[in-house]
Design a protein around this ligand. Sequence first.
Ligand code: 4FM
Length: 242
Amino acid sequence: MKINILTLFPELFSAFKSQSIIGRAVKNNLIEINIINIRDFCFDKHQQADDTPFGGEGGMVMKPEPLFRALENCGGKVIYTSPQGVKFDQQLALKLKEEEEITIIAGHYEGIDERVVENKVDMEISIGDFVLTGGELPSMVMVDAIARLIPGVITQASYENDSFFNGLLDYPQYTRPAEYMGLKVPDVLISGNHKKIRDWRMKESLKRTYLRRPDLLKDREFSKEEKKFMKEILEELMEGEK
Ligand code: 4FM
């Protein structure tokens, strides 16, 4: 998958592109991350990328010409990240990982000229209800979430265990030592009984999801086994209320 990112701050992407799991995926040609400096498409003397907004009020708006020009060299769906967009989630990441090429505009300042949004942008996406100084971090968030779903980037097992893969939150994880300063790992996990471990994990996932994110359970189909655990969880919680 080829990912073009248009930005005024290309250096923000250098560690992201070269380190850790994303760095390895790039090296192994599983993804290509093509960082495009919008400044290279500013043809005036001062290479000005932004200007004051028509209608007054403070702040700066990114000029249309450099963005239109930079987009000439880019293929695939054009994505603009802003709080005005549709909410990014795991389902959207799974959809986007199927694209051969995508182009992300990482804006800065108060926004980009709306003519770019209207004529060039296919999807406006928000990573959450908060306001950032630019689209660079949202771009990295989306690329990270998409890239790890591409076969070979992480082992299949790691993402089949993801929160959301089965529509539930993760169960708690522990590693060595089995006891630290008197703090113990749950006995079942060192029992060696794989059926019991599986059941414990399923129940913990269900319990967490019920307590922390009941919204995720609204339209979810439960298996027979999950129903049994849910009943136990509700009974245990009722017991605790007494
Ligand atoms: C976006 C600042 C565009 C300037 C932003 C420009 C955001 C979010 C966000 C800030 N993006 N989800 N939340 N962007 O805050 O996606 Cl030009």
